[in-house]
Structures are given as C-alpha cells and as structure tokens.
Design a protein around this ligand. Sequence first.
Ligand code: ADE
Ligand code: ZN
Length: 366
Amino acid sequence: MLHPLSTASRIDEQQIRALPKAEVHVHLEGTFSLIDLLTLAKENGVPLPGPAATIFDISTHDGYTAPDVTSGGGSGAGAAGLTGFLRFLDWQCGLVRTPQQAARVAYAFAARQTAAGVRYSDVIVNPTHWNAWRGRERDLLAALAAGFDEAEQDGLCRVGIAYSLLRSQSATEAEAIVTDLTTTRPHRLVALSVDGDEKVAGRTGEKFRGAFGIAARAGLHRTVHAGESSGPDGVWDALDLLQAERIDHGVRAIEDDALLARLIDDRISLGVCPRSNVTLGIYPDWASHPIRRLVDAGVLVTLNTDDPAPLGTTLDVDWAVTADRFGFDLADMIGFAQRSIDASFADVDLKRDLTAELLTVSAALR
Ligand code: ADE
Ligand code: ZN
C-alpha cells in the first residue's frame, strides 16, 4: 500500500540492493538461518525443541531455555513477546561451542549482509546469550573476528563489533567488562552497547553510567537500546547518563516533543526496526508504526532489521516493504542509505568511499 499522500511508484528490491549502505542495528544472535541451526544442533547432538518448520514461530518462543552445553535440551510453547524471544536467542546461541562454529556464524552474517547490498555493518554481540563461552568472552570475540576477517578478505561486507551488556547485569560486572575491553581492545571492537528487555529490567541508566563513562573516556563508541518496550524515559537516560551517540529503536521518543528536539539538536540517530517492533508487539501493525512521523519531524532515522533470521527477513526486503507501506520514494531511500553510512561506526575512509559511491549509484538510478 502506498502512503496516501505519495505519488511514488513502488521501489524494487534490486534498486535497494544497489544502494551502498550500512546496517547499524542488527544482533549477531538474530542472524542464524534454519540451516545454520540444524547444522549446529546436529554437530552438538542437541535435539531440536520442536519441528524444524516451526522453529522461527515467534509465538512459541516463550518456553525456550538455553541448552545445557553438555546435554542439550530446551523446549518451547507459550506466548509471544520480547522476553520469550530473548530466551530463544539464548537457546540458539548455546549451540555455538567451538571457535570454528563461531567463525562460521560470523562469516555467514557478512555473506548475508553482502547479498542485501550492505557494505558495512556494526553488529551487536551480547556474550551473555552464548552460554558455552561464559568466562571466555574474549575467545568468543576473537573467533568471531576471525570469521569477519575471512569474510573481508573474500570481498564481503566489512563488520565492526558492538559489545553489548545485558540490561540485567550488575554495575560491577559491567564496569569490569568495559575495563577489560578498553585495556585489551579486542580486534574489530568499535562500540559498547546495552540491550535486553527494558520493561523487565526497569530504568538502568544510573546502573550503567560508570561502564559507559569508562567506554567514552577510552574513545569507544556508545549505542544504547532504549524507547522500545518502555517509553521515552529510557531514551533521556541514554543521552543524559550513558553518553549515547546512537539509540537502538528509540521509537517511543515520538511521545515526547522535547525529546524529539533534543535528538534533532544533538544529531542523535535512531536505529529503527519496524518489522521487529510489529512482530514483537511494540506496535499492533505497520500502520501504527511511527517511522514516517519520526522522519518527517527531522529525526535522523536509519532503517534496520534487529534480528533478521527469526523475523524471517533481510535488510533489502525490509527497506522495500517500508518504502511501500509508508510511501517513501527513491530519494527517501537514498536518504536512508546516506544516514546509515553517516551513523555507522565505520572508519572515516570507508564512510567517505561509500558516500562517493552512493552519489554515483543514485545518480544512475534516478
Ligand atoms: N536483543 C536482540 N533483539 C533485541 C531487542 N529487540 N530488544 C532488546 N534486546 C534485543
Ligand atoms: Zn536490537
């Protein structure tokens, strides 16, 4: 359906793929395809929790528990929603146990991003989901970086890692992690992030102020999940307490005019993921999603997938669907591509090259 005020014609996915772009809000935990999961489960002798055909059925994710790293397990049935979904991510990341398996997941991510026309991606990695790596988080990061290195050598999408704290971790734990990260500087680490369910954890800005302060002082970028399952308060805290440079989601900022003004004045971009918000119940349907209103208000909005595999999508598809549902035309989509490059934590040379290429490609498409 076209936006009622639009005269735009439908944009095809081929044009979208051709636009050099970045993705800045995507979780590695949300990129395992069905074949990846089946292969990992088989390699580890872990039984599937149900029929393979229903494994990505979000409505069954409430009952998942992470498989025991020695005996397998995990079963599912129940209501949909972010909490159950995050448990499903624990289950599938629990299947990754060797450095080779981690590198394979990383390589596959870069290949899929490339197929969608993504040239650079910040990827969020939250090691608390990967239960076989508890106490060996640095080894996990090294194995993932090896997969991203191989991908880059093969000409695939370049990737930077945003290390994510889980909202339920303690201040002490978070500060110890960030101190370790800023001292050891793992290969490909570009940012500190925090994710997890805001509604369950409550306001956590004060708790993580110290950890994000350490990151900022060490020159590590900062991106914060906020304004998803809770309202604008979390976004204010991300700005005022966590020195966030970007907000992941942030869509609930639409409820607060002063916050919109702050985001615009400070040029803070929102990593918006409409399909995720609709599927996980933040908005009842696409028509209710505020992406168009945020763009029209002048907020720097980027368009992302969040967790593409379990949400059954890819970035090129979601850009096409969003253009179609909200009446964005080709010029609007070029704007999304430019903002994605600007908002990314890619190095300045790559940003400059992608911007130049976007100019050439968009001139040819118009
Ligand atoms: N981790 C993966 N997907 C997430 C989401 N949508 N919100 C918070 N944490 C997440
Ligand atoms: Zn997210």
